[in-house]
Design a protein around this ligand. Structure first.
Ligand SMILES: Cc1cc2nc3c(=O)[nH]c(=O)nc-3n(C[C@H](O)[C@H](O)[C@H](O)COP(=O)(O)O)c2cc1C
Length: 192
């Protein structure tokens, strides 16, 4: 079967890409504005370069003229803390995808505890094993799209000590996304 993307609906295109370019990692992003801690998950997310350490996350709009809160906050404050979520956070992570008014904190609304462990960046979600403290780098417009690729530079990283093994190997069991579903418990096979 050959599918012509020019003939597919937006939903069909999303389905074709999100089920097959998989599993996608999930950036559980914490940003702040006016004292409101905003938390939301994004899975159009990938590392681009280790040096300089650069990530991209594509963030859409609530409607034609209103960027999602995460996008607005990153563009305004140039900072984001990206938490990596494991299985125990599935419900909290999904809840934070709820579209709330900008002045309402998902952390407060869903009773998700956060801690300010790096005073230069938004807080991390308590209990996550890995988080990246990032600075805004740039955006790149996609013609006719209200989804904006946001490039971020990792400045610092939190890794739970118990997960850091010899030679800085950090062990994680992050949730992945396939289509709209989640995948857990990857089977590791050592590379020969
Ligand atoms: C697992 C998951 C992944 C998501 N990935 C994206 C994404 O890559 N880009 C996007 O714009 N929205 C994505 N969403 C939807 C946002 O999380 C949702 O629109 C959220 O309300 C945005 O919150 P904000 O306005 O506080 O930034 C995803 C939702 C879930 C549950």
């Amino acid at each position: 079967m050959i599918l012509d993307f020019s003939k597919l609906s937006d939903l069909e295109k999303y389905k074709m890409m999100s089920n097959t370019i998989s599993p996608r990692p999930i950036a559980w992003i914490v940003t702040e504005d006016d004292g409101v801690v905003n938390v939301a998950p994004f899975s159009y997310f990938t590392p681009l370069s280790s040096n300089p350490p650069t990530l991209v996350v594509s963030i859409g709009h609530k409607d034609e003229n209103t960027p999602k809160d995460t996008l607005a906050n990153i563009l305004k404050h140039k900072k984001a803390t990206i938490c990596m979520a494991e299985k125990e956070f599935t419900n909290d992570m999904s809840n934070t995808a709820t579209d709330l008014p900008k002045e309402v904190s998902e952390a407060k609304k869903f009773n998700i505890k956060t801690s300010l462990i790096n005073k230069n960046y938004p807080p991390i979600i308590d209990g996550v094993k890995v988080a990246f403290f990032c600075d805004f780098y740039d955006t790149f417009p996609i013609e006719k799209s209200k989804t904006i690729p946001v490039f971020l530079t990792i400045k610092e990283m939190y890794a739970n000590d118990e997960r850091v093994e010899e030679n800085l190997h950090v062990k994680t069991k992050n949730i992945g996304r396939i289509g709209r579903n989640y995948i857990y418990d990857y089977k590791f096979e050592e590379q020969k």
